[in-house]
Design a protein around this ligand. Sequence first.
Ligand SMILES: Cc1cc2nc3c(=O)[nH]c(=O)nc-3n(C[C@H](O)[C@H](O)[C@H](O)COP(=O)(O)OP(=O)(O)OC[C@H]3O[C@@H](n4cnc5c(N)ncnc54)[C@H](O)[C@@H]3O)c2cc1C
Ligand code: FES
Ligand code: FES
Length: 465
Amino acid sequence: MLTIQVNNQLHTLDAFPPEQTLLDFLRGNLSLTGTKEGCASGDCGACTVLVGHGGEVTSLNACITPLGALQGGRVYTVEAMQKDDTLHPVQAAMIEAHGSQCGFCTPGFVMSLIGHSLTPDAATDRNSIVEAIGGNLCRCTGYKPIIAAGMRGCAAADPDWLEPEKDRQADALVAAGEQTRVSAEPKAQYDRPSDLGALADLYAAAPGARLVAGATDLWLEATQRQAAFNHIIDLSGITDLRAIESDGDDLIIGAGVSHAQLQAYFSQLSCGAIAELLSRFGSPQVRNRGTIGGNLGNASPIADWPPLLLCLEAELELRHGANTRHLPLLSFYTGYRQTELAPGEFISRIRIPGPVDWRSLHFHKVSKRIEDDISSVAGAFLFTVQDGVIQSARIAYGGMAATPLRLTSLEPQLQGQRRDNVDLDAMDEWLAANLAPISDVRASARYRLAMAQNMLRKSLEAALS
Ligand SMILES: Cc1cc2nc3c(=O)[nH]c(=O)nc-3n(C[C@H](O)[C@H](O)[C@H](O)COP(=O)(O)OP(=O)(O)OC[C@H]3O[C@@H](n4cnc5c(N)ncnc54)[C@H](O)[C@@H]3O)c2cc1C
Ligand code: FES
Ligand code: FES
């Protein structure tokens, strides 16, 4: 049975198709049609709602969120933002600043902005508001009045508007152990275990099941290709997989850690490369749900974390039933969307060996849009430089081959090169001779190569300056 709270009302469901989205449930089952469907792929933000698990409330795209992931969660839609006859200050500011014309996108913008206003010490300067609405598209109003409304509305917003602590019926039910396993329609199943061992046993015993974490990649199969899933195993309820820990100088990141969690963690470490990666990663809605384990496990050649983690010589902890093994990320990808994972095996943790000089890391991403877009090419670079001489180099790219790529044959050629004699033209020639990117809708092969060459030049110049 699924227990979920929507706008202060508790709902329980005995059965539902595993691929059912939160958006279909809100609009189809509850007639909460204020939440819109634009793209059904996480790109436009029209379906933005707020979701609370425990004390935290964050925004997400309801169109690519599995309903089953909401077990014990609280959902807030735009219908609940008004209190009695009083609009939320963000709603009032949208009217005053003429932030809406056809209105289709407006509930999504309102929910993203209110979500932002609920974060501790929410900044209301222009850049922060632009970042907060990075996952929302408007086709008719223009962004100037929406940004003005966001700045004004968030400045006037009450961070306790939702009063989450007072209102946790679904949480309480789940905490009492009443609902821990979600079943779906006959012949289909949606499992959301709360314990790592249970997850490992379940997946080892049912290797044909689809594993899901944040669903920001997998659920596009349901919404874009109408895939039906027989058996889903959802790891989003496992606290053990959501930890970031130090082990001596090493950093250990649970596979279920979200990009938003990583953004909060790395903001303390002054690492410009990771700050750049995360600020350019999807949108707030995608970062709130998407995980680092899903980014690696999806095995996309254009995912952003693999090049950076290849440079950091990260190692994966892989779990199958009671067994654990360790594998360098360098050996993980075996072909286009192929990995070393055995059936029923999953990534449990990612270890970054330390100490890392975070300031020596460089990351560049080229995509068609700045906000909410996947890379055409991404490059990560780590140079150790002493007295103007390169001691060691690590170079990795996404989007330049069928798998994320580390250039271990090029790296030694940079060793010993000096600031005044580094041969950038030779580097360009090496890349042209050894890389064969594809042409697709995102970029031509020629463009990709030129970007890869420029990224290497830019990073070397920064490292040697
Ligand atoms: C609008 C939009 C923008 C995006 N922007 C970016 C971007 O800028 N950069 C980028 O890199 N990606 C981007 N993505 C892709 C996606 O958000 C990320 O790849 C995300 O990290 C996937 O994580 P997830 O938890 O949602 O994975 P899921 O969708 O849950 O899973 C993806 C795949 O990984 C597998 N998997 C999940 N967890 C594990 C695990 N622990 N072990 C083994 N396999 C596992 C699943 O079985 C599935 O096959 C974007 C997606 C959308 C919809
Ligand atoms: S409908 Fe476009 S992001 Fe969900
Ligand atoms: S007001 Fe029409 S799409 Fe934004």
